[in-house]
Design a protein around this ligand. Structure first.
Ligand code: SAM
Length: 413
């Protein structure tokens, strides 16, 4: 069987197990019913379901499918997602049955989700994982849940708690940051005062707190211009007509030491246009001129030396859809897992990682989601570590890594 096929089967199986348990009320499911349900969905015959194969030196016949299912149950139990029903042998239930198809790992617990030669995807809350970590981090590229008035599927802190919550969440990352390491935070722009078209000032409060509480310096408020952003805010732009449609979000770039910062724009130079190359090759500026009361002076011959490329401007234009995201979403759908609804474009994560870190550096993302930062880091030869607290997202994202060296899905033991 090809690696791809095996991988899909494993995920199919996990997805089936996760979603077989009743998500309402306090009911459990016996293992016998679970096996039957999975066999039914996978169109396995009773012989397939009960097939045994010799295992180990003793060649003891073992039912490998049921063993895999039980192993996964143990992982879910360890993660605090499943528990045994008291007094009933082989009957399990969800610890927190209410939900919309997402199961959150218990605070304080973490489990390896999948890994490659370069990175680790951990199912766990970021504060739990990073507070136990003692490894130098070179860069953090992340997008926390925004303080939206209407909650996303994965939940989010409210606006009043956001600054404190985020500072506490990323403090362990900042503590492990190397001298001159960077933190990039993509946060929401469209947080409005309740019932008002005025925007919240939480971004300003956040920046001050990151400086005052965590000692970070602001390098830039990068603009992520997203030309494919859907129109909004609907209430204030489309209906009341007092606002404009939004086309960008901020990416705050901070560092613990601006004088030792590891960024280098030579890693992200863009190609000169043909027109600009002609201008350079024709000797650059031809006539001296001065503008803005002499603030800008153009001297004859300026811009006549050919350079390796154009230094990017700090407005980063990337649409949010890409083939990689589309593949991931389709795959998640195929195996019955919810696809992440707020993924960062791979191109944005790649740009930031290339600009702000060097090959072999450690890049982290505490709020992994669909693991875009991790994927970009992997492609660029950086080591990576990402955490995500929802098991479905970790499982679904694993497909984005299956081609990489050393890939292994660990939730099946
Ligand atoms: C805005 S999304 C991140 C999207 C991600 N940048 C991507 O490209 O897919 C935020 C994610 O953080 C996760 N999350 C929220 N609180 C968390 C925590 N304490 N630890 C780990 N993950 C958390 C949510 O489940 C959600 O998937």
């Amino acid at each position: 069987m090809s690696k791809k096929k095996t991988m899909k089967c494993e995920l199919d199986l996990f997805s089936e197990i996760l979603h077989a348990y009743p998500s309402e009320g306090d009911r459990g499911l016996s293992n016998a019913s679970l096996y039957e349900r999975i066999a039914d969905r996978a169109q396995l015959s009773p012989e397939d379901l009960n097939a045994r194969a010799p295992v180990g030196e003793s060649k003891q016949p073992v039912n490998l499918l049921k063993r895999r299912i039980r192993w996964f149950q143990q992982t879910l139990k360890h993660a605090g997602i499943l528990e045994r029903v008291d007094g009933e042998r082989g009957v399990w239930k969800l610890t927190n049955p209410a939900g919309d198809g997402l199961r959150k790992i218990n605070p304080g617990v973490s489990v390896l989700g999948f890994s490659t030669k370069l990175g680790l995807a951990i199912l766990g809350s970021c504060d739990t994982v990073f507070s136990r970590l003692d490894t130098p981090i070179h860069l953090c590229v992340t997008s926390p849940p925004y303080p939206l008035a209407s909650q996303r599927a994965y939940g989010n802190p409210n606006e009043g708690d956001f600054v404190d919550w985020l500072c506490r969440s990323i403090e362990p990352v900042v503590k492990n940051l190397v001298n001159g390491g960077s933190i990039c935070l993509n946060i929401g722009n469209d947080i409005f005062i309740s019932g008002s078209p005025a925007r919240s000032l939480y971004q300003e409060r956040l920046l001050l707190a990151l400086h005052d509480r965590l000692g970070l310096s602001l390098m830039d408020r990068l603009v992520w211009h997203n030309p494919s952003k859907p129109p909004g805010p609907v209430q204030w732009a489309s209906l009341n007509r007092v606002q404009l449609n939004v086309a960008w979000e901020p990416v705050y770039w901070l560092t613990n030491n601006p004088n030792a910062v590891r960024s280098d724009n030579r890693r992200v130079l863009q190609e000169h246009t043909e027109r600009h190359l002609n201008f350079i090759r024709n000797g650059g500026i031809k006539a001296r001129s001065s503008a803005s009361d002499g603030a800008y002076i153009k001297r004859i011959g300026a811009y006549s030396t050919e350079t390796l490329g154009r230094i990017p401007r700090n407005v980063l234009t990337f649409g949010h859809a890409c083939q990689d995201q589309r593949n991931y979403k389709q795959f998640a759908k195929n195996v019955g897992l919810p696809a992440h609804g707020a993924a960062m474009p791979l191109s944005l994560a790649s740009f930031l990682i290339e600009f702000l870190s060097r090959p072999d550096d450690l890049v982290v993302d505490p709020f992994g989601g669909s693991f875009s930062t991790a994927k970009a880091a992997e492609q660029l030869g950086r080591r990576w570590l990402s955490t995500e607290c929802m098991i479905e997202y970790v499982l679904g994202a694993s497909v984005r890594f299956k081609e990489f060296d050393g890939f292994g899905l660990s939730l099946n033991g």
